[in-house]
Design a protein around this ligand. Structure first.
Ligand code: M6R
Length: 609
């Protein structure tokens, strides 16, 4: 997730306005920043790694000439957060300048093709291919207009994008285009703007024009034109008036970041499925060679590790040891050696306990692999190989979209390892791959169909003094995560354990009306789980079951149920089943009058041990 902005002004300098607008988009990414303008047929660019204010202090981002320009605030996906990878990116001639939010899936093929044609790439980004592709299109067809060349080039690009592109060939316009990544136009008496999000320009105009997937827009000081990318047909669309306050706009109209981030999961899951194969392959190779693998993390990331231990075991027959990072040094420190592999998982990549565990393992010559949402974080710097989880910045303290992104990447790794080891039949692999692709839509369906119902369930149980969260098999990890969410934002003491453990102690707490949340995918544990539900019911517990659609058996036993679409393979189930539990925690916190974005005593990134 990055922020893009562009403007064509009737008069005056564009750079200060671009700079101010990028500041308002900084919540979308903040590891590098750049601005390009055109003045008297010349391109001017300033860019560097670092937060906008820090880069501005050194470069003065307001000081570029020209009434037209584009800018970018970056959340690294391809290539480390270095100056060379900061946007804008240019073609070989420096005449075509591009900013981009999204992921170009086929960039390696395009890059190889363009390099073979003599194009010189300077960055490691996927974005740079677009500048060279337009250059090449114009070289092959010199009669094309710049806009037509952008249109033709877009037809070769696969993946998600919001582009804003300028060129000295047609220095009076910005061409922008959208597929899956957000793009919106703004318009006022000063000129026309394009941006990733409305907050970028809300301070100067509340007249906005939405750009849809598969559309391209041409911005000039006189106005805007929208066309279909597929056939260049014009589209008429009038501006609408945005009634949001600036604060609402940053949250895209949602009352809290947490609910915005829960709703973003279809998009973030789509992004994780666009992961570059070679990073997955590289990590898989290390895992395949490993003698012993420790999965190390804290909090929600630890729950992703716990789920991953089932995935690796069931699919790739690889035993792994999930360990709380805060316990790692004491529990495993001495036994770690050159033969050990650590797969550390951290949203922030800065959690002190995780970094301490990894540092200890590194000192003992172990191989360090990691998964993090923040490229350039401490964890990425101390890892041999890392993968970015592509969820975009997460602002709500409670991890939501980053959890499902971590799970999606871990499932892809387990599947790759299974393939490599030949442990699972091709049919099963095909079916799991197909099901992985369905996860974004499943998350969307769950939010669309269950949110209202979950609100009612939250209302019903909000005054409960304590909750149980139970599951069996991989759903134990889902139950742990559901418990953590409810506890940390709704402040209800909650207990989670594998359902089979009830009879070894915790069931003694149960009395009439005691709420027990069961996570019930229709997997190999389903039958036994029904036994656990019965034993809770017999003691008067109220059963809140998260079930697969049409699971009549559990429906008949539950006091309340939440349905997720059916047919999800067990190893992937924590992804869709986590979503209703996130919503349950969110709406319970609201019922109790708490701000879910800022739970007391907690910080987004815990940088103390
Ligand atoms: O940034 P990390 O993933 O390393 O953070 C780990 C935990 O601090 C984090 O998951 C925490 O438990 C959240 N509050 C969970 O919602």
């Amino acid at each position: 997730m990055c922020g893009i902005f562009g403007c064509v002004l009737k008069e005056g300098n564009a750079a200060p306005l671009i700079h101010a607008s990028l500041k308002r988009l900084e919540y979308r990414g903040y590891d590098s920043v750049g601005i390009a303008t055109i003045s008297e047929g010349k391109i001017y660019i300033k860019k560097d790694q670092g937060k906008i204010d820090d880069v501005h202090k050194i470069l003065n981002l307001d000081d570029l000439p020209g009434n037209i320009g584009i800018g970018h605030t970056r959340w690294a996906t391809h290539g480390a957060p270095l100056k060379v990878n900061a946007h804008p990116h240019t073609d070989c001639t420096g005449e075509i300048v591009v900013v981009h939010n999204g992921i170009i899936e086929n960039f390696i093929e395009l890059k190889n093709e363009l390099q073979n044609l003599g194009h010189n790439f300077v960055s490691k980004t996927d974005t740079e291919v677009m500048a060279h592709l337009i250059e090449e299109t114009l070289k092959q067809n010199p009669k094309l207009t710049f806009t037509q060349a952008v249109l033709d080039s877009l037809k070769r690009v696969e993946g998600s994008y919001a582009f804003a592109i300028i060129s000295t060939r047609e220095p009076d316009k910005i061409v922008c285009a959208r597929n899956e990544s957000p793009l919106v136009l703004g318009i006022n008496h000063q000129g026309v703007f394009c941006a990733s999000d409305i907050p970028a320009f809300l301070a100067i105009t509340n007249k906005a024009v939405m750009v849809n997937n598969g559309e391209l827009a041409i911005l000039t000081a006189q106005g805007y034109e929208i066309r279909k990318i597929s056939d260049n047909t014009p589209i008429t669309r009038e501006p609408i008036t945005i009634e949001w306050t600036p604060e609402m706009a940053v949250k895209q109209g949602y009352p809290h970041f947490m609910i915005k981030e829960i709703h973003e999961q279809p998009e973030t899951l789509r992004n994780t499925l666009r992961m570059q194969e070679h990073y997955l392959d590289l990590l898989t190779t290390f895992l395949d060679r490993a003698n012993e693998v420790f999965l190390v993390a804290c909090g929600t990331s630890y729950h992703a590790c716990l789920a991953a231990s089932y995935m690796f075991s069931k699919l790739a027959f690889l035993p792994t040891f999930p360990v709380y990072a805060s316990e790692f040094v004491e529990q495993c420190g001495k036994s770690v050696s050159i033969d050990s592999t650590i797969l550390a998982v951290s949203q922030s990549g800065e959690t002190a306990d995780t970094i301490a565990a990894v540092t200890c393992a590194q000192q003992r010559a172990a191989t360090i692999l990691s998964l993090t949402n923040v490229i350039g974080s401490t964890l990425t710097r101390i890892s041999r190989v890392y993968i970015g989880t592509q969820a975009g910045p997460e602002i709500g303290v409670a991890a939501t979209k980053t959890f499902t992104s971590q799970l999606s990447v871990l499932a892809q790794l387990a599947l790759k390892l299974a393939k490599k080891r030949g442990k699972v039949s091709q049919d099963e692999i095909d079916s799991l791959e197909e099901n992985l692709q369905k996860l974004p839509d499943l998350a969307e369906t769950i939010v669309n169909t269950q949110e209202e119902k979950i609100k009612q369930i939250a209302k019903k149980y909000a005054d409960s003094k304590v909750f149980f969260f139970l599951g069996r098999g991989i759903s134990t990890a889902t139950a742990f995560e559901g418990r953590l969410k409810l506890m940390e934002i709704a402040y209800i003491p909650s207990i989670a354990f594998p359902a089979g453990e009830s009879k070894h102690g915790p069931i003694s707490l149960v009395e009439n009306g005691f709420p027990v949340v069961f996570v019930c995918p229709k997997d190999e544990c389903h039958k036994t789980l029904i036994g656990n539900i019965m034993e809770m019911k017999a003691r008067g517990a109220h059963i809140i079951a998260v079930i697969e659609e049409g699971d009549q058996e559990i429906k008949g036993l539950a006091d309340d149920y939440i349905e997720v679409p059916k047919g999800i393979p067990s190893v992937l189930s924590p992804i869709p089943f986590a979503v209703p539990l996130q919503l349950l925690a969110y709406y319970t916190a609201l019922e109790k009058g708490f701000n879910p974005d800022m739970p007391r005593n907690l910080a987004k990134s815990v940088t103390v041990k």
